[in-house]
Write a protein that binds this ligand. Structure first.
Ligand code: PRT
Ligand code: ZN
Length: 297
């Protein structure tokens, strides 16, 4: 293969992961010449181009060296790795990306009596993930038939082509609509940045390192919240004890109220209503939770 000096990232051409993946790359300072209808997108600022493909093709493209990295669901990556294709074992997750969350689960008809994986013995299981399902069945020591379907797995029991299914679940709405009930989770999935275990040693490797650093910053900011509140000095200890994890809070005096303090804390994740209510009970008031736009420590 001809050596390349520009980094090439594979991502889904059109589907659930397309918009969030492009948004993430944009936030990392990567912009692309508009040609979304095409297979190839030329990167404008940095030497990074995109290949827009079906998600199922992404691990193979990386394994073959056609692309250096890919943004793909862990479900697709692990199915490829379990399928033990050539070079599959050396693919790895460089970063979890926090979107496209779902799980790969077994689901059975609502009225079926199910006590555990052993009850799947002798049944036919429809799935688009035969390698992951096969591995799981072997681990459980269950001998069942695996029927591979490319799509519409959830209607297989109704059509009589399978007894139960193993498919991706997000809200669970599809299962309910098809009178199915989730019983076992095989894999918790989200979009990941996938690549070979060993990165290129040329300029592309340097670009990957730069991209990983920017990604870490972007992901940290995306999940950070700034919590602002007022508290009396006497409640300060109780309030501080309840603050969601993060660096030490900053305390500021409140003009004209010597007993009061303004507290500012950077939180590593979402702050829920329940957490706010608990902090309020401990003596806080005037509470604000703000998203963080940019951060430079
Ligand atoms: O054309 P291409 O092959 O690229 O697209 P695709 O149709 O294979 O993929 P797409 O866009 O549907 O999904 C891409 C990736 O998004 C998947 O590989 C997962 O990593 C992730 N993802 C997240 C999901 C879901 N959530 C999801 N809910 N992928 C599929 N679903 C489907 C699921 O198969 C089931 O039919 O949605 C239904 C279940 O959803 P709920 O909310 O009813 O439970
Ligand atoms: Zn697909």
């Amino acid at each position: 293969m001809k050596p390349r000096d520009r980094l090439r990232i594979a991502m889904q051409k059109s589907g659930r992961l397309t918009e969030p993946a492009l948004d993430l790359l944009n936030r990392c300072g990567l912009t692309f010449r508009q040609s979304r209808d095409k297979l190839f997108c030329f990167g404008e600022g940095e030497p990074v181009d995109l290949l827009l493909v079906r998600d199922d093709d992404i691990p193979g493209l990386i394994a073959q060296g056609v692309c250096d990295l890919g943004i793909v669901g862990r479900n697709v990556l692990n199915e490829f790795k379990n399928g033990a294709g050539n070079g599959a074992a050396s693919l790895t997750e460089w970063r979890p990306l926090g979107f496209g969350r779902c799980r790969l689960s077994v689901a059975v008809p609502q009225d079926m009596n199910y006590n555990g994986p052993e009850d799947l013995a002798g049944l036919r299981i429809a799935t688009s993930y035969p390698a992951l399902l096969g591995t799981w069945l072997r681990e459980k020591g269950v001998d069942a038939g695996v029927i591979t379907l490319a799509g519409s797995v959830e209607i297989a029991p109704k059509l009589g082509t399978a007894d139960v299914i193993c498919d991706l679940v997000q809200s669970g709405g599809t299962l309910v609509a098809n009178q199915l009930r989730e019983t076992d989770v095989l894999l918790e999935s989200e979009a990941v940045l996938a690549g070979p275990e060993t990165l290129p040693t040329d300029e592309r490797g340097d670009m990957v390192e730069l991209l990983l650093k920017r990604l870490d910053g972007v992901i940290q900011v995306r999940e950070s919240r700034l919590l602002l509140l007022q508290t009396s000095r006497t409640s300060l200890e109780a309030v501080t004890r309840l603050l969601p994890g993060g660096p030490q809070p900053t305390l500021l005096p409140v003009a004209g109220q010597p007993d009061q303090l303004m507290l500012q804390a950077l939180c590593a994740g979402e702050v829920s209503w329940r957490q706010l209510e608990e902090i309020k009970k401990a003596g806080a008031r005037e509470m604000f939770v703000l998203p963080v736009e940019k951060m430079l420590a």
